[in-house]
Design a protein around this ligand. Structure first.
Ligand SMILES: [Zn+2]
Ligand SMILES: [Zn+2]
Length: 97
């Protein structure tokens, strides 16, 4: 049986231990890596990391186009942010031109 975990603040539930829930913005991420992706900015003065909007986090490809890094997928427990690169492990777009 998968372990069901829930956030006491927003009551979001999820299963498994690899997923990461942000206790600041309460977005939910597939892995710690995607969780880290949504906090690119400097920490606030009080020491808490500042969260980016997951849908607004982008990266610049070698050809200069800016692409989103995270995309939401629906799960039975609610939206989950995953990395675009999870789909394309051998990302052809990253090949040198
Ligand atoms: Zn957050
Ligand atoms: Zn929460």
């Amino acid at each position: 049986m998968p372990i069901l975990v829930s956030c006491p603040s927003c009551s979001r539930e999820w299963t498994g231990t690899v997923q990461a829930h942000c206790t600041i913005c309460h977005e939910h991420f597939s892995t710690v890596a995607t969780f880290d992706t949504h906090r690119p900015g400097p920490r606030r003065k009080d020491g808490t990391p500042s969260c980016g909007k997951p849908g607004d986090i982008t990266r610049r490809k070698r050809d200069g186009t800016v692409v989103p890094m995270l995309k939401p997928v629906s799960t039975v427990h609610g939206p989950l942010w995953v990395s675009w690169s999870d789909d394309t492990r051998h990302d052809a777009e990253e090949e040198p031109a």
